[in-house]
Write a protein that binds this ligand. Sequence first.
Ligand code: HEC
Length: 150
Amino acid sequence: MNRKWIVAIATMFSFSALVAGLSVADEGGPLHDLMEKVNVKNGAIKKATRSKVNYAKAQKELPALVEELVKLSKDAKELSKDAVKKAKNVKDAEKQWAELSDAFTKELEKFHVKVSDTKTNAEQAKSAYSPVSQSCTKCHDVFRVEEDGF
Ligand code: HEC
């Protein structure tokens, strides 16, 4: 083979390796790590409100669990730079990020009031959580996060 071709092909390979390397690196980052923590708390809350039995067991710990998620939601707001950097074709990304993370915090705070009330039963707690889940989805919609699997 002509030397020129060998060089061209070799360059092509190293370039695609570089691109693959970049997209792997892109999977991480502070926002990704934070969302994994958010997802764990979200899972725990969902499990706690899934049935009467689960709720009876978890009711005492729920307010603290929700408080932890409130903290994470505030941390998310602080990560706007990371979010905006990743957002492609999102209009006013900075502003939208602030609004969507505030809405998330606000829904969590309402949910906190609900589960701190010992009169709230499992069913009421479960339905009170749905605006919180919606606030996750609203943000994922704008920032184009695939939701299947959680
Ligand atoms: C203010 C916006 C916003 C809110 C609110 C939000 N998310 Fe996310 N979420 C994101 C963004 C942006 C990503 C992509 C992060 C990345 O991969 O860097 C993401 C990614 C994720 C991921 C994938 C993790 C990963 O990166 O592999 C999960 C799981 C997730 N979110 C769960 C949730 C749940 C559950 C809630 C609500 C309880 C929630 N998120 C609320 C913006 C948000």
